[in-house]
Design a protein around this ligand. Structure first.
Ligand SMILES: Nc1nc2c(ncn2[C@@H]2O[C@H](COP(=O)(O)OP(=O)(O)OP(=O)(O)O)[C@@H](O)[C@H]2O)c(=O)[nH]1
Length: 366
């Protein structure tokens, strides 16, 4: 009763269903016959309600009593009509967690914000378990001042439906969790794969390096070039041979403008470009960075300069990816009897230094 007494009794705008259809203010008095007819209509309605719902209840504001149908008690496992016919019986059976929302729904109806009272809440059965109910109610009678005096409500047992909804939600949450876990696993595997790839690439570069091959161009590296040549040097010392150093021009600018990866692709393209002009016995190696070295056995200065000029021209005419244009500077030195390999390379380097003065140029020894 406390609750019903504490609610604000403002008559709902749309909520007032009146069996006689009369206005709220100045309700005309009814004849006995008319009242009898209305009671009969109403009891038919209650019967219908009892059939379609799991329990009906009726609150009389003047007496403060709440009558409940036999089905209402059976739904909850009580002996019919065994509980006090008060509002408190209702309030005491509502699950404490659902209390605030239920009271708020009632207040909305009383304030005219809802056309009927409608709430879903848990209700305690005789065995102590809670079941989910849907409760709907309306005022069905007003006094001559328009104040509501009777409310009729119906309970529907929706326990299975709510359980099914909860099961569905749990299932959905489970699926979402599985999905998230799967995505996480895919992400972890992708990351692990990328790490493995990077490690493999590093390993490959290392093995190539150890095998004497430059990882980027596939050419001999500087160490291997030195090893091979130091063996042949002694053998072929008496034969003319030449060393050519090739340094690509403005390669830093190419990297800066097109990116380091494009720079790598250009370096990779150099052997392919030069090789058609070389003989089987010529030795091309990557000297370091954007610098290449060429050993030309059985080649005198004239031939070495002629070949270098052809290479310079080939390079300058080539169009690389992204339509990039490259040139190179060449330093050419020829072996003299008794020369050490380092000495020849130093002389080629000095020529290269002079060629760099102009770039896209071949410079030989004076
Ligand atoms: N992409 C790429 N760039 C490299 C590699 N090795 C060296 N380089 C770049 O080559 C450039 C050489 O720069 P510099 O020594 O200033 O020479 P340059 O820009 O070619 O100028 P000049 O030689 O004076 O014409 C640097 O930017 C290096 O990063 C490589 O393996 N890949």
């Amino acid at each position: 009763m406390q609750f019903i007494n504490s609610i604000r009794w403002r008559q709902p705008q749309n909520a007032g269903f009146r069996p006689d259809g009369s206005c709220r203010q100045g309700t005309p008095m009814k004849s006995d016959a008319e009242l009898e007819r209305l009671r009969s209509v109403e009891s038919t309605l209650q019967l219908a309600l009892d059939i379609v719902s799991d329990g009906i209840w009726e609150w009389d504001r003047l007496t403060g009593t709440v009558k409940r149908s036999a089905r209402w008690y059976l739904m909850l496992g009580y002996e019919p009509f065994s509980l006090p016919e008060t509002v408190d019986t209702w309030l005491n059976l509502i699950h404490p967690d659902d209390h605030p929302a239920t009271m708020a729904a009632m207040q909305r109806y009383l304030d005219g914000e809802a056309s009927l009272f409608s709430a879903r809440y848990r209700f305690r059965r005789a065995d102590g378990h809670y079941i989910w109910l849907h409760d709907q109610a309306r005022f069905v009678e007003y006094d001559q001042h328009g104040e509501p005096i009777r409310m009729l409500g119906a309970h529907q047992d929706i326990h299975r439906q709510v359980q099914a909804e909860e099961e569905q939600r749990r299932h959905q949450a489970h699926l979402e969790r599985l999905n998230r876990e799967l995505e996480q696993k895919v992400e972890e595997r992708t990351r692990a794969l990328a790490d493995t790839n990077a490690a493999l690439a590093q390993q490959l570069a290392l093995s190539r390096e150890q095998a004497g091959t430059d990882y980027l161009t596939g050419l001999y590296n500087r160490r291997h070039f030195d090893q091979i040549l130091s063996q042949r040097w002694h053998r072929d010392e008496q034969h003319p041979s030449a060393i050519v150093l090739l340094d690509l021009d403005y390669f830093k600018a190419v990297n800066d403008r097109h990116g380091h990866q494009t720079g790598d692709r250009l370096l990779q393209a150099i052997p392919e470009l030069l090789r058609p002009h070389l003989r089987r016995q010529d030795l091309l190696a990557r000297w370091g960075g954007e610098e290449f070295i060429l050993w030309l056995p059985d080649t005198d200065a004239t031939d070495a300069l002629r070949l270098s000029e052809r290479l310079r021209h080939t390079l300058a005419e080539a169009r690389f990816c992204e339509d990039i244009h490259l040139t190179g500077s060449f330093g050419v030195a020829v072996c003299r009897p008794g020369d050490l390999l380092e000495q020849v390379i130093q002389r080629a380097d000095a020529c290269l230094y002079r060629a760099k003065g102009e770039r896209n140029k071949v410079v030989g020894e004076d």
